[in-house]
Each structure stands twice: as structure tokens, then as C-alpha cells.
Design a protein around this ligand. Structure first.
Ligand code: DAO
Length: 176
């Protein structure tokens, strides 16, 4: 989808939530308005006994005007008619942290190395995304393998987000 319409965005076909389980390191992020998670972001996905997917995440945040902390976040992923399109209901370990209800789409993944996440929070009148965010995840804390970088770049272009990502550093602030 090069027309940038949210409704035309392609997601991972036959998404396998079981293979997606486990730890993912955020290596790049396109921020939404009023960004929350800054860096040191590590997510952990799980399929519970009832088949529902949950995810936890940690990440460095700045809250209450200037307090730097490591946020511990919890979430449930509500399924839809498309197995790669979820609704993410999330909340924090303490009341100071953000809560929300966002789209949570898996655009592409090979399950073993890279994943591209996308969430549009606000669709504009013309059908493009007005406010959204996206994580590039890697199974490897060191980043993406060179062979995965081209795929990720091409998917960023499909999302009309090429050039809008920043690197997410991991320096041990949220030792997970
Ligand atoms: O960082 O600005 C932002 C938006 C991110 C909000 C998501 C909170 C994390 C919930 C855990 C889900 C796993 C990615």
C-alpha cells in the first residue's frame, strides 16, 4: 500500500501467535504524539492457557514532570477477524504510568529475527494516519541482522513512515 491509507495497510498473513511468543527488543520506533516509551524497550508476548495473547513490556519513561523511571507495562491483546490485527489494552504497574486502548498490528515478522509493529491512533479524514506509532523489534539485543534490514526498510516505506523512526538504545537502564 503506497497510498498511505490505513485501510490498505497489509499485515502478516496467517499470523501465528504461538511462534511470536517470547522476548522482542525494540530497536527502532516511530513515536506518537505525546510519546511514552523512550528507550530500553523490551516486550514479552505470551499465549495464555485460554488462547488469549498477553504482552508485558518495560521501557524507560519520564513521568511526573521529570522523573525518570523504568515503566513496567501489562497488556491484553484482543483478537479481531484478522489474526494479525489486535486491539491492545494496556496499563502500568503503577497509577502514574500510561493506560490505553490502541490498535496493535503485526505488519511482518519471520518470528525468529525481526518484527514490524504498527498502531494508528487517529485516522485523518482522508484515510491516512494522523497520529500513530510503530516499533521495529528484533530477537537480538544487538539489533537487526543485515539481511533483515532491507525487508524492514521496504515495510517502513509501505507504512509511509520511512525516515520517521529513531533508534531505540539499550544501555541496561531497565535490566530485564
Ligand atoms: O510509547 O508512546 C508510546 C506508545 C506506546 C504505548 C504502549 C505501551 C506498552 C504496552 C505493552 C505492549 C507491548 C508492545
Amino acid at each position: 500500500a503506497q497510498d498511505c491509507l490505513v485501510s490498505n495497510i497489509h499485515v502478516k498473513e496467517n499470523f501465528d501467535k504461538y511462534r511470536f511468543q517470547g522476548r522482542w527488543y525494540a530497536v527502532a520506533k516511530k513515536d506518537p504524539v505525546g510519546l511514552f516509551l523512550l528507550d530500553n524497550v523490551v516486550a514479552n508476548y505470551k499465549v495464555e492457557d485460554d488462547g488469549k495473547m498477553t504482552a508485558t513490556a518495560v521501557g524507560r519513561v519520564i513521568i511526573l514532570n521529570n522523573w525518570e523511571t523504568c515503566a513496567q507495562m501489562f497488556s491484553t491483546l484482543e483478537k479481531s477477524s484478522d489474526p494479525a490485527k489486535f486491539k491492545l489494552r494496556y496499563w502500568g504497574a503503577t497509577a502514574y504510568l500510561q493506560t490505553g486502548y490502541d490498535d496493535h498490528w503485526i505488519i511482518d515478522t519471520d518470528y525468529d529475527n525481526y518484527a514490524i509493529h504498527y498502531a494508528c491512533r487517529e485516522v485523518d479524514a482522508d484515510g491516512t494516519c494522523l497520529d500513530g506509532y510503530s516499533f521495529i523489534f528484533s530477537r537480538h539485543p544487538t539489533g537487526l541482522r543485515p539481511e533483515d534490514q532491507q525487508i524492514v526498510t521496504s515495510k517502513k516505506r509501505d507504512l509511509c513512515l520511512l525516515g520517521k523512526y529513531r533508534r531505540v538504545t539499550h544501555n541496561g537502564f531497565c535490566k530485564a
